[in-house]
Design a protein around this ligand. Sequence first.
Ligand SMILES: *[C@@H]1O[C@H](CO)[C@@H](O)[C@H](O)[C@H]1NC(C)=O
Ligand SMILES: *[C@@H]1O[C@H](CO)[C@@H](O)[C@H](O)[C@H]1NC(C)=O
Ligand SMILES: *[C@@H]1O[C@H](CO)[C@@H](O)[C@H](O)[C@H]1NC(C)=O
Ligand SMILES: *[C@@H]1O[C@H](CO)[C@@H](O)[C@H](O)[C@H]1NC(C)=O
Ligand SMILES: *[C@@H]1O[C@H](CO)[C@@H](O)[C@H](O)[C@H]1NC(C)=O
Ligand SMILES: *[C@@H]1O[C@H](CO)[C@@H](O)[C@H](O)[C@H]1NC(C)=O
Length: 930
Amino acid sequence: MATSVSISILVLALWVLCTFTHSTTMVVAAKSSALELEAKALLESGWWSSKYTNGSSSSHCAWPGIYCNDGGSVIEIYMYEVYLGDKFRKFNFSSFPNLEDLNLYNTGLQGSIPPEIGTLSKLTYLSLSMNNLTGNLPLSLTNLTQLEYLLIDNNLISGSIPNILGNLKNLQILDLSANAFSGSIPHQLGNLKNLRYLDISRNKLTGELPPSLANLTQLDTFDISSNLIRGSIPKELGNLKNLYLLNLSNNTLTGPIPSTLSLLTGLLYLNLSSNEISGSIASEIRFLKNLEHLDLQQNKLTGPLPSFLWHLTNLNYLSLNSNQINGSIPAEIGNMKNLGTLSLAWNQISGSIPVEIANCPSLYNLTLSHNYLTGTISFDMRYFYLLQYLDLSYNNLCGSIPRTINHLTNLETLSLDRNQISGSIPMEITDCTSLKHLSLSHNFLTGNIPSLVGHLHSLNAIDLSHNNISGDIPFELRYLPSLELLDFSYNNLTGYIPIFSNHIKEINLSYNSLQGQIPDGYFNWTPYTFIGNKDLCGDIPGFPPCSPTASNSFSKKNSSPNNNKSIVHQIKIVVPLSFFLVFLLLGCIFLSRRGDKKTKSESSEPKNGDLFSIWNYDGKIAYEDIVEATKDFDISYCIGTGGYGSVYKAQLPSGKTVAVKKLHRLEAENPTFDKSFKNEVKMLVAIRHRNIVKLLGYCLHNRCMFLIYEYMERGSLFSVLSNDVEAMEFDWMKRMNVIKSIAHALCYMHHECVSAIVHRDITSNNILLNSKLEGFVSDFGMAKFLDPDSSNQTLVAGTYGYLAPELAYTMVVTEKCDVYSFGVVTLEILMGRHPGELMTSLSTSQSVMLNEILDQRLPPPNRLVAKDVFLVAAISFACLHTKPKSRPTMKWVSQEFLSHKKPVTNPLHSVSLWQLRNQENYTIGESETQ
Ligand SMILES: *[C@@H]1O[C@H](CO)[C@@H](O)[C@H](O)[C@H]1NC(C)=O
Ligand SMILES: *[C@@H]1O[C@H](CO)[C@@H](O)[C@H](O)[C@H]1NC(C)=O
Ligand SMILES: *[C@@H]1O[C@H](CO)[C@@H](O)[C@H](O)[C@H]1NC(C)=O
Ligand SMILES: *[C@@H]1O[C@H](CO)[C@@H](O)[C@H](O)[C@H]1NC(C)=O
Ligand SMILES: *[C@@H]1O[C@H](CO)[C@@H](O)[C@H](O)[C@H]1NC(C)=O
Ligand SMILES: *[C@@H]1O[C@H](CO)[C@@H](O)[C@H](O)[C@H]1NC(C)=O
């Protein structure tokens, strides 16, 4: 039996080999000399180990990283992240007259770029990025007139940018960033009419911006940041109508912002920060309606804070820090629904902070320090659940700290120092459980330090100095595990000094009314730590020794306070006791709060959720039902946390189980939640497909943000693949079906909806499996309609490890980005894990056969499924092509899966990944069917 199988395999293999060599022989006969030269040069380069070459160059077209044309001549050499080092020098460039693509990204190259590179006259793609190349750019580059992509970023190339680059008329992408180029920007670059992407940032370029660059009308990305460019911003830049990223930051540009920038209506990202730009903020900026990121910080801008800024409602980032801007913040700030960062610090802004700021639900970084703001902090903090950073320091704010501060559960930094804030520190501040830095110094605060501050476990620095705070220092502070800096100086604190933990690096309790013994032996202090407290005693200079009858908090009834052993003994008793009391107290507070919440929610939120502006399809799921079914989103019902929220399992009174995705406070890293949630609803309302997870209802309101889906019993593809038991149950047949389902769903989205929809975040986490292990596409938080009328450009990206490589140099979203991610997920299903390592090791490891990469936890696929596995593998490699154009469409993939003409099975161990990868158009099997 075994012999007959192996004989038939042998026969098949021989037959394949014969057909192959036969066709090759015919070609070789025609153009032998040129091809022999190529083969010889490849062998002598030493880039391929003898594992592939066997000392012979006859099959070089099948070596890793080499692609040949039909005539057998090399057209692409792809050595991405393969270490070549000095072997670079052995490469005979002149032997490859047909080479179109040469990719040597991160291959350890050193020394200068060999001028012989100029002999590759058909080159369209050249990447030498991420190496240690030195010297100047060789003038022979001028020979490469076909070049479309020239990527030399992240090297150590010096000298000037040669004028002759201006001759490369076909260039579309030019990236010379992060080198040591000096001299000025040659005006000849203005001849590159096809250029879409120009990045010369992070060099030492000097001189002015040549106005000729205005001829680059195709340009969508223009980055000259971090150079030494001076002069004014040429008004001609207004010609670059296709720009969506303009970064001129960190130079020495002067003069005003030219009004012509208003013509760049497609701009998403505008960064002019760290220059010497003067004048007022040109009112023309109001025409840049698509702007998401506006950074003008560290300039010399003057004049009032313009009101038109608040109509740029797509803005997510706005920084005008460190200018000389005056005027006040108007109520229109409430329009800024997408604003995540607002930084106006170090200006001359006056007036009060408008209450309307509470209408900016995405804010997570609000910095208004170093201005002349007055009035009270009267805005309602209830809506700022994303806020992480709030700095209002160095203003003239008065009034007290609002009690609604307890809603800022994500707040990490609170800086209110140097104002005129009065009243006491509200107890509610202890609900801000993420607080790391609390700084309230130089105000008129009175009252006690709330003892529950000792339960802010993330607290790293607390500064309450220069106030009029009285009462004891809460001893709970000693339990804070991360506390390193504590400054309570210049207050009116009384009582004893508690023992602090050893982590504290800096402590200042000077100028208070503390008394008793200075606890000794466990942290480094200076006399200044305690100076100005009349009634302290202890063994440090400047203080009287404690008399035997002196007492402190831990030795009140102790007859010999200087006896360390008995202090320890006391601690043993007192500490557990105080723990107990604290827990008791906490318990009471907790219970009373819960009571509060319950009555509040019952009184203010009517059943059936009238509160919510948008509601579900069938109206049968009420808000209360969801709250009840998840015990108010108790953690025990949480079945996963994704990029945009936590997912809970809820069994409704009807018996139906649903999944509830809730915008969770802890996932507030990303300020675009709100947007993403609404986006998901918009998308899912528009699409219905059996392999796309169904949206059953939703609720979008500041108070409750959740989406309700069909419940998927088996969770994400990722979790099933990571669990050995579940992965075994997920057999080859089921895996093939999941792959096909995803393909059909994507085909539907790309080709069958009114406007094409790209998902943009296809990952194994976003494919869900039901009880029968059938696959469903989910998580449309980043999906986008490809609208013929609106821009397909965007700044937001997907998940690392699944992102199409072109997204590194383009922001234009196409369906082909999904196709790439689909390729990754498909390989992941075949392999049982993310193919990351495989993709980078392919070129170096020995020729890997298809069967070797398959998930080894499963038995090898049987003959029937093997056909599918083979087809799926071939398609996944095609989808992973670096050039978007060379990837198939999902329509093609979907039809390929539907068509019944299955390829004749090659035994999986006879197909190497390189054969699969080098297939053009993956017409696998067709040759065998004849
Ligand atoms: C430029 O190309 C021509 C032919 O295409 C070749 O003869 C010449 O050597 C090349 N020059 C450089 C500097 O490589
Ligand atoms: C460049 O050279 C330095 C020092 O030899 C080395 O540490 C670094 O990894 C090299 N960088 C690249 C991208 O090869
Ligand atoms: C600004 O440019 C200088 C060099 O010109 C660089 O060292 C510095 O890191 C840059 N700063 C920023 C914020 O990019
Ligand atoms: C400090 O507090 C005490 C009461 O605890 C009060 O008598 C005294 O006036 C306060 N000192 C200052 C400077 O406010
Ligand atoms: C956006 O993409 C779609 C589909 O690829 C295309 O039809 C449309 O023309 C594009 N829109 C723009 C403005 O480029
Ligand atoms: C691949 O397919 C395209 C269009 O389907 C065709 O034009 C091209 O010639 C094919 N290439 C090969 C090598 O079969």
